[in-house]
Write a protein that binds this ligand. Structure first.
Ligand SMILES: Nc1ncnc2c1ncn2[C@@H]1O[C@H](COP(=O)(O)OP(=O)(O)OP(=O)(O)O)[C@@H](O)[C@H]1O
Length: 497
């Protein structure tokens, strides 16, 4: 939901947004003859940060048409975005502040220039402890590790996004599908030599040989920051070789630092780093190879066979175990920052391996959160992290909640081709859940019957994890930890307590 506010004097305007996905933020702009000032939640920010945040919210459909229209009418389109708004028929979709106030939200005036929605962000049904005894024999979160060097390429200030326009929709938005990066933060740790890291020590010429000189026929995937090749080593071992694009190789890379960190991490649900090369213009990571591809590909039906419900539960548990390891048991706590279905690789037996640690961030002992640039992928990003840049493990918990919804529904976190009110999966699912419409919630491609009580528990957990406030995410996180070794069972109906 979004409320647009015009302030007196024609020189100040603001946007206040609230949504389950996006959280609450106030965007304020002031101008006088010789300067412009930008604020987010009352804090002065530079124009670049302001526009990046604004753009993110806009692209995720967090703004309501009426507010954008107001913003545009005031001539506040400073961020170079083309704002699309379409009048809804019969007045639907235009909601005034007053309407919002009577519609579950109460609005508190914080002063002439500042309005904030004080709605209880989490519907009460999300937080009833008895609702969820659930989950997770390891639905603990947070994963681990490695993919060393991606960090390096990603530590550069790159903001890559793929735009998907849906001109037929009520409110066309641009949806970034690859990781977004907001302002930079200092990196930690000195670089270390990489030569002997991992169990596979290859020279560049051996890599060239294993990939047939990076032959296009050996490409198994393309990410935002590099190309992944299938490589066959001299001893017959098949590996995945990820080669960073040249444009992401910079001098300030912390590639080696991260490699060193990630090699200390080992868990059966984490993709194993086998080796790295950081020489000249090359940043290469060698990992285990998984012929079964990514979870997202399976949810999209790209591998033919559809994942059954049991397999989906196993995968959820595996990811939870991986995250629990990263957050609780690794030498240093590690926040992955990019938990998503396309970063979950599947083994031949459909067990999950969390991959892609390019954004992963180690936390120092006793450090509960760290101020850092917002990184991750749209749709999976913890709104509080986005708002405050304070990163902690709860951001991964949030992403895990979104992932659970993906696994159960088969939908992507943001479905840009659907009608506006169905586009954000967590909102859509929560609405259906409140209507007790379980049939529509469960992926229709699942052939077997899904026990309603199990689907209910998964959803309940997902909503607690993907709550807009960390207060509620904490509840989810604690439950997952307390429930370690119990709860979610891959054998539906037997042990899902
Ligand atoms: N170890 C692996 N085994 C098999 N396939 C892999 C492996 N690693 C990556 N891939 C394939 O390569 C694709 C690209 O992976 P990569 O990690 O570079 O990008 P991504 O995570 O999809 O995108 P981004 O890096 O932009 O988030 C994956 O989607 C997957 O299909």
């Amino acid at each position: 939901l979004l409320v647009s506010v015009q302030f007196p004097g024609n020189c100040v305007s603001g946007l206040v947004i609230w949504s389950k996905l996006c959280g609450a933020d106030e965007f304020t702009y002031t101008s006088s003859i010789d300067h412009e000032l930008f604020y987010i939640n009352g804090n002065r920010v530079d124009k670049v940060s302001f526009c990046k945040s604004f753009e993110f919210y806009y692209r995720n459909g967090c703004f309501l048409d009426s507010a954008l229209e107001e913003w545009g009418r005031l001539g506040r389109n400073y961020c170079g975005l083309e704002i699309y708004t379409v009048q809804l028929p019969q007045g639907g979709g235009r909601r005034s502040m007053r309407e919002l106030g009577t519609d579950q939200s109460s609005i508190r005036m914080l002063g002439q220039r500042s309005h904030r929605i004080e709605k209880n962000h989490v519907p009460s049904s999300w937080v009833t402890p008895t609702n969820i005894t659930m989950v997770a024999s390891g639905m603990l979160l947070l994963f681990c590790s490695f993919l060393c060097g991606w960090s390096s390429s990603r530590s550069k200030e790159t903001s890559k996004s793929v735009s998907a326009m849906d001109p037929n929709s009520i409110n066309s938005v641009l949806v970034p599908t690859t990781p977004i990066v907001v302002p930079p933060s200092p990196r930690v740790g000195p670089p270390v030599p990489l030569d002997r890291i991992g169990s596979v020590h290859l020279s560049m010429s051996q890599i060239v040989k294993a990939t047939q000189n990076f032959s296009p026929s050996k490409i198994i995937g393309e990410g935002g920051f590099g190309t992944v090749y299938k490589g066959e080593l001299q001893d017959g071992q098949v590996v995945a070789i990820k080669r960073a694009k040249k444009e992401y190789i910079g001098s300030q890379t912390n590639f080696s630092n991260e490699v060193e960190l990630l090699t200390k991490i080992e868990h059966r649900n984490l993709v194993r780093l086998l080796g790295c090369i950081d020489r000249g213009n090359e940043r290469i990571i060698i990992t285990e190879y998984f012929p079964n591809g990514t979870l997202r590909e399976h949810l999209d039906g790209k591998h033919g066979k559809i994942l059954d419900f049991n397999q989906r539960l196993e995968i959820s548990i595996d990811v939870a175990h991986a995250l629990a390891y990263l957050h609780l048991y690794a030498e240093k706590q590690i926040v992955h920052r990019d938990v998503k279905s396309s970063n979950i690789l599947l083994t031949e037996n459909y067990r999950a391996k969390v991959a892609d640690f390019g954004f992963a961030r180690p936390m120092e002992a006793d450090q509960t959160s760290v101020l850092t640039q917002a990184r991750g992928t749209a749709g999976y990003l913890d709104p509080e992290y986005l708002r405050t840049y304070q990163l902690n493990a709860k951001s991964d918990v949030f992403s895990f909640g979104i992932l659970l919804l993906e696994i159960l529904t088969g939908r992507r976190p943001v479905e840009s081709n659907r009608p506006t009110d169905e586009r954000i999966t967590v909102r859509w699912a929560f609405a259906k859940y409140n209507q007790r419409n379980m049939v529509e919630l469960v992926d229709s491609s699942i052939q077997e019957e899904v026990p309603v009580e199990i689907a209910d528990k998964i959803l309940n957990l997902a909503f607690q994890c993907a709550a807009p406030s960390r207060l509620w995410i904490t509840i989810c996180e604690q439950k997952l930890v307390l429930k370690k070794g119990t709860g979610l069972s891959a054998n539906p109906g037997v042990q899902f307590s």
